[in-house]
Design a protein. Structure first.
Length: 491
């Protein structure tokens, strides 16, 4: 079994991509983007399409797609990265939340459109999303959630309840009692998608510098961030005072009218941001290729993305090369917001994920695990993503997708592009624009809180057994609600 080596997705793509050059020295640009993952790459791609004359540079510490963008489960899902109640506090209220939900559903198709237009071969298939209930408690949560969905006006075109038989006709998950199907989701090979977006951005004139870590992002001396009065929109309209910020690297400073932080789970490494986004670990395994007989038993011909209703949930996809990739939390967080850059996964987590795989798919029980890896995703304290830009200082950022970032990063990139250009649009009015989350607790409270939370969730899942709908299950449900109240995780 391969362990770490960034991810299976890069190995399946033929290995790490050829390295682009590092920053050659100090540079001036119209827009400097820190981070070469989905958010930074999509932002660069759309900005260059809207304003080809701009000088746009992407500064990446390793290589484009190195982080979560090349390690995730390959879900282009319209699931909201945040709480409806929190976003409803924005000026747009519930109507703004509905607009964000609709924009995320449309984004799934937008990703597919760009893949087709740019000939990005990333196994994009819009097969929808399936959530399965494997215990009575999970089924009760699923039904409660469906009631809420119907009350807010979403019909079966958004979420469709599937009986046990209807679910089995799509994918045969052992012990599944029912399912919930959401059409707005697609499967991709995530590393291939990242590589494809990077190449498409370069074709539009974007400069990507790799092996160029940014040590700090500061206001430009004498710029708006230092107190000068300027007009932010005019800077890109050919008039006014040019102001902005500086991205500092060991190769020299990049001075730009706008500097955009798109660092997601790696944000804590930047000065002053250690408690801004918590780097949550997510672990995956992928099987060897399954036999035709196994696939005949499992089904899954629609290539839906798949999850369950457990508190410490799993997520999975059927890969284009006939494997099952399955993920979950494992060790959720490392002390001091540390990250494992090689993506190595401890044996106990591999064993736990393998047990989930074999329980849900007995037909794959004899399949060897070919690769295990992990990555980090950015989690705000209130679990709500943000897209923010200050035209006076030229500073902007986006992230905090809490695991729903493959689609959300595209929407965030398009939104950042409009904000940077001072272009009012339906995207710039969405409620995540300008959203602010409070910071995470200092250590050791941060470490103890996250690990305590997932200990509660695992205990709740153990109590909610498939055969117990009595006192044990009720206790598990209560523990799960306590965890949700402590964490603020939206459901």
């Amino acid at each position: 079994m391969h362990n770490g080596e960034i991810s299976y997705w890069w190995r399946a793509s033929g290995g790490f991509p050829p390295r682009r050059p590092s920053l050659p020295g100090p540079l001036e640009a119209d827009v400097a983007i820190v981070g070469g993952g989905y958010t930074g790459l999509w932002t660069a791609y759309y900005l260059a399409g809207l304003r080809p004359e701009l000088t746009i540079v992407v500064l990446e510490a390793a290589f484009a797609g190195y982080g979560a963008s090349g390690r995730n489960g390959g879900w282009v899902t319209a699931e909201m990265p945040g709480s409806r109640a929190a976003y409803a506090k924005a000026p747009g209220g519930i109507a703004g939340v509905r607009a964000l939900e609709a924009a995320l559903r449309e984004t799934v198709d937008e990703v597919g459109r760009v893949c087709a237009a740019e000939s990005i071969d990333c196994d994009f298939i819009k097969g929808g999303r399936l959530s399965v209930a494997t215990t009575p408690s999970q089924l009760a949560r699923m039904r409660e959630g469906l009631v809420a969905v119907r009350e807010r006006g979403d019909g079966s075109d958004v979420y469709e309840f599937l009986s046990q038989g209807e679910l089995r006709s799509r994918v045969n998950v052992a012990g599944a009692l029912a399912g919930l199907f959401a059409p707005a989701s697609a499967r991709v090979q995530p590393a291939a998608l990242a590589a494809g977006i990077a190449a498409a951005a370069e074709r539009r004139g974007v400069q990507i510098y790799e092996a160029t870590p940014v040590s700090a992002i500061d206001p430009a001396p004498g710029g708006a961030g230092s107190g000068a009065a300027v007009g932010g929109r005019a800077a890109f309209a050919g008039g006014g005072v040019t102001v902005g910020a500086v991205a500092r690297t060991k190769f020299g400073d990049v001075r730009a009218r706008s500097v955009l932080r798109c660092t997601e789970g790696y944000t804590a490494a930047l000065p002053g941001l250690r408690r801004a986004l918590l780097p949550m670990n997510s672990h995956l395994i992928v099987t060897e290729r399954l036999s035709p007989a196994a696939w005949q038993e499992i089904g899954w011909d629609g290539c839906e993305t798949l999850a369950d209703e457990a508190h410490a949930y799993m997520y999975a996809q059927r890969t284009a090369d006939g494997r099952i990739a399955l993920g979950g939390r494992g060790v959720p967080y490392r002390y001091g917001s540390a990250v494992d850059h090689l993506g190595e996964t401890d044996p106990s987590t591999v064993a736990a994920l393998t047990a989930v795989l074999r329980r849900m798919f007995p037909a794959a029980a004899s399949a060897e695990i070919a690769h295990a890896w992990c990555g980090v995703l950015g989690v705000p304290r209130d679990w709500c993503a943000t897209v923010t830009y200050n035209p006076a200082s030229g500073l902007g950022w986006a992230g905090g997708y809490t695991g729903h970032g493959v689609a959300a990063a595209n929407l965030a990139g398009r939104t950042l592009a409009d904000l940077v250009l001072g272009k009012p649009s339906p995207l710039t009015a969405l409620p995540w624009v300008g959203h602010r989350s409070r910071t995470w607790e200092p250590e050791p409270a941060r470490w103890a809180g996250v690990h305590g939370l997932y200990s509660l969730y695992r205990l709740a899942d153990r109590l909610e057994s498939p055969t117990d709908s009595g006192a044990g299950a009720r206790l598990g449900e209560a523990i799960g609600r306590v965890g949700d109240a402590i964490s603020g995780i939206p459901h």
